[in-house]
Design a protein around this ligand. Structure first.
Ligand code: FEO
Ligand code: CA
Ligand code: CA
Length: 543
């Protein structure tokens, strides 16, 4: 059966089969296909609140390339702030694969805390183990020290205006750190050993950082609520350490002023990409978090006490009905039937969410709340199994602007594709003016290959939300070979931008022939690094 599809309007598709002409609006069309084709057929903006514009506007765009450099549009420049292996404190080094970045004030003028996630290790670079090698305990220990997160102080150089690492100020949280659960026990333990898979995160109004444990299965595998192994570990750490998989996949809160960490059971366990906090008037908060796996879900947590995430109610999104479904054991007979208590529900959120009928999504990643409208933006990176190759950014509007409301409306804000110049949106950030910045995560193996040929290396994009260029994504920065740009974070003074350059040279198989030499160039090994971007173009966009 031949079906010819034509884009007839921004919000409308037309399907022609023989003499039969069927017209769908886009939502009905996607529903009709059972989501099989997803968003990737049409790269278009379909948000009526964002005016469309053509590409003839003034902000230029970086040409796509596959160069081994951090390419920037004219008017932007960068300096490396921190790089993998750099000493940051007594006998401690900056970890591998820096990801999420966040700043919080230390209380001193021109000084700030900087939190950096170290998402995962790469045995070839970190411990020297090649695929198939049996690792020694020393190699495992080295890998365990390379993940987690770093907390450092940075200080503004008043001459250059750049932020500098304060030597010796760093501390590390890694796979050996003992971290208590905030409330309750998991697998009969009040503490967990280590934090891993630290992808994106968030921060709270009471000035703590949140670091999210995302892909945790490689370390100690994963199990379901019946105790059956559903994922096997692949790093060999279990040869020397046997920690329960249920101790990972949580949101971890870090208090920079005293260095204390805790894992929050109340926010549930899944592949937390990020945790984005919205303050309520009475000191309580609402926190949003996505489970970054194809066909997993979007969650919302409402705290029950001011200035604390220790207790509250977790919900999961039914996007079709625009409703938050409570994961409260006492309120849900279906959960009582399948789980023994609330902690078991929270430990196996994916199973509980499906029992309640939560909507499967196309890899929900980062979430940001618009600083002026309060709308919630969610990056849906892609869903290759459902033929959605390019992903989208979804917008949720809480009913009456109330983040505690049970109801919301959802729509696509931007849809990736060749026509709009980006694919696979991942990290999001709003600047103080309310314009959107986002980075992309095309899988390293697919960069430069169909269907991603036109996009070049992964990049950083800017989208104005108002004015004649509203809704147009423009690429400003592009990463070196095999890399992903992550951790978009504006400097504390608001005129610069910190950015993580993660996994340059990731596809390297032979250390004598690395696929990237960034940032040092020459014959040097690639080094994941945090950079500070400045320049007149950035000042213009942020002022
Ligand atoms: Fe670690 Fe979902 O990116
Ligand atoms: Ca990410
Ligand atoms: Ca990602």
């Amino acid at each position: 059966m031949l079906i010819v599809l034509k884009l007839s309007a921004y919000n409308c598709l037309e399907a022609t089969e023989g003499e039969l002409v069927i017209t769908f609006n886009r939502r009905d069309f996607v529903t009709f296909l059972g989501g099989v084709i997803g968003h990737s057929l049409v790269g278009c903006t379909r948000d009526s609140s964002v005016k469309s514009a053509n590409y003839s506007e003034k902000l230029p765009q970086l040409e796509s390339n596959n160069l081994d450099k951090l390419s920037m549009l004219e008017g932007l420049n960068y300096e490396v702030l921190l790089e993998w292996g750099q000493p940051i404190g007594k006998d401690i080094e900056f970890g591998f694969n820096n990801d999420y970045l966040a700043v919080l004030p230390t209380g001193k003028t021109d000084e700030s805390w900087l939190w950096i996630n170290h998402e995962y290790t790469n045995p070839l670079f970190v411990s020297g183990a090649k695929r198939g090698d049996t690792k020694t305990k020393d190699q495992i220990e080295t890998e365990m020290k390379s993940v987690g997160g770093s907390l450092v102080k940075i200080k503004r150089n008043l001459k250059t205006n750049r932020w500098m690492f304060v030597p010796g100020s760093g501390r590390r949280f890694d796979a050996k750190s003992e971290i208590p659960f905030a409330k309750g026990m998991v697998k009969n333990s009040k503490t967990a050993i280590g934090t891993m898979g630290n992808c994106a995160g968030g921060y709270t109004p009471w000035r703590t950082f949140l670091t999210c444990e995302e892909n945790i299965d490689g370390y100690y595998g994963d199990v379901n609520s019946k105790g059956k192994q559903i994922d096997k570990p692949f790093l060999q750490w279990e040869n020397f350490y046997q920690y329960p998989p249920e101790h990972y996949g949580w949101v971890v809160e870090i208090n920079p002023s005293n260095g204390k960490a805790k894992k929050h059971i109340a926010l549930g366990r899944f592949a937390h990409e990020s945790c984005t906090v919205h303050p309520l008037k009475d000191g309580r908060v609402v926190a949003y978090s996505g489970d970054d796996k194809a066909d997993e879900h979007l969650y919302r947590f409402v705290s029950s006490k001011p200035n604390s995430l220790d207790e509250g109610e977790l919900f999961v999104a039914d996007i079709k009905k625009g409703k938050w479904l409570s994961l409260d054991y006492e309120k849900q007979a279906k959960l009582q039937k399948n789980f023994k208590d609330q902690i078991e529900v929270l430990t196996f959120c994916r199973e509980a969410a499906k029992i309640l009928g939560a909507t499967p999504l196309d890899r929900p990643e980062d979430i940001e709340i618009h600083p002026k409208t309060g709308d919630v933006y969610v990056a849906l990176t892609n869903n290759v199994e459902r033929m959605n190759f390019h992903g989208s950014i979804m917008k949720l509007i809480p009913e009456n602007g109330d983040h505690e409301s049970e109801n919301f409306s959802a729509s696509d804000f931007l849809v990736g594709g060749d026509g709009v110049g980006f694919s696979c949106p991942d990290n999001l950030a709003f600047d103080a003016k309310g314009n959107l910045w986002f980075t992309t995560d095309i899988s390293g193996k697919l960069i430069g290959k169909p269907p991603y040929t036109s996009f070049g290396n992964n990049g950083l994009y800017y989208v104005a939300l108002s004015g004649e260029n509203a809704g147009i994504a423009r690429k400003l920065i592009q990463g070196p070979i095999d890399s992903e740009l992550t951790g978009i974070c504006f400097t504390p003074d608001g005129t610069g931008l910190f950015l993580s350059v993660q996994h340059p040279g990731e596809l390297t198989k032979d250390l004598d022939k690395p696929t990237s030499h960034w940032p040092r160039g020459g014959s040097e090994m690639p080094r994941p690094s945090v950079v500070e971007v400045r320049g007149p173009l950035l000042e213009k966009l942020l002022s």
